[in-house]
Design a protein around this ligand. Structure first.
Ligand SMILES: Cc1cc2nc3c(=O)[nH]c(=O)nc-3n(C[C@H](O)[C@H](O)[C@H](O)COP(=O)(O)O)c2cc1C
Length: 206
């Protein structure tokens, strides 16, 4: 049985291009997998709190030594990790903010990167504990990062996302970028059309 976690992170609602593209992806994917279980999470509707000093203490305390208070610190994180681990596939829609990800999606990442649950340390090295999962990112970005663009080399979004999901053990990671969305009508249309055709191509075997 296929299961998918679809998460939108744009603080914008109907104006959000990343939400729209992810919704298009999901509609096409569901046509191909009518029996799949879909879990939807919207960081706009349900913001994720930043981690705190108590949270960090709880994260690095062995589970059998957690006091009820420290256990409570990890309650939401446990739910988010359970949800993330339960899905065979994750579709994350993420705008680019300040060359990286919005802070709400970073807060989500901070909650799911958990010692003993999604990674561990072995011989002083991090070791991912997540396996058998496909992760797809649909991003929306105001400018273009292609070769020759003034922004070439400044994309800190894809590398950060690749690094942290690979760190947790995910090996199957895809990106669909919609670029140039705030560079005028022609660039926006080009960026959205290119993203849409990549959706149609990738959704078939995903
Ligand atoms: C606070 C903020 C920061 C942004 N920073 C960048 C940036 O660094 N690079 C970029 O290409 N676009 C940037 N943008 C443009 C957005 O990525 C673009 O408008 C995108 O469509 C937003 O996603 P959404 O339409 O799903 O809300 C920024 C937009 C906002 C509101």
């Amino acid at each position: 049985m296929n299961s998918i976690l679809h998460l939108d992170s744009s603080p914008r609602g109907e104006r959000s291009r990343s939400r729209q593209l992810a919704s298009n992806f999901m509609a096409a994917w569901r046509d191909l997998h009518p029996d799949a279980t879909v879990t939807y999470r919207d960081l706009r509707q349900t913001p994720i709190p930043h981690i705190t000093e108590d949270w960090i203490e709880a994260d690095f305390t062995p589970p059998e030594l957690l006091s009820p208070e420290l256990r409570e610190q990890l309650k939401l994180s446990d739910e988010l990790v359970d949800e993330f681990l339960a899905a065979d596939r994750c579709l994350f829609s993420v705008p680019m903010y300040n060359f990286s990800v919005p802070s709400n999606f970073k807060a989500y990442i901070d909650q799911i990167v958990r010692v003993g649950r999604t990674f561990t340390f072995e011989n002083g090295q991090g070791k991912g504990l997540v396996s058998g999962k496909k992760v797809m990112f649909i991003t929306s970005r105001g400018v273009e990062f292609s070769s020759g663009s003034p922004f070439e080399g400044l994309d800190a979004q894809e590398p950060a996302l690749r690094n942290i999901f690979q760190f947790m053990g995910v090996t199957d990671i895809e990106f669909i970028h919609a670029d140039g969305l705030d560079m005028g009508d022609d660039a926006r249309k080009r960026g959205l059309d290119e993203a849409q055709s990549k959706i149609q191509k990738l959704v078939v075997d995903w």
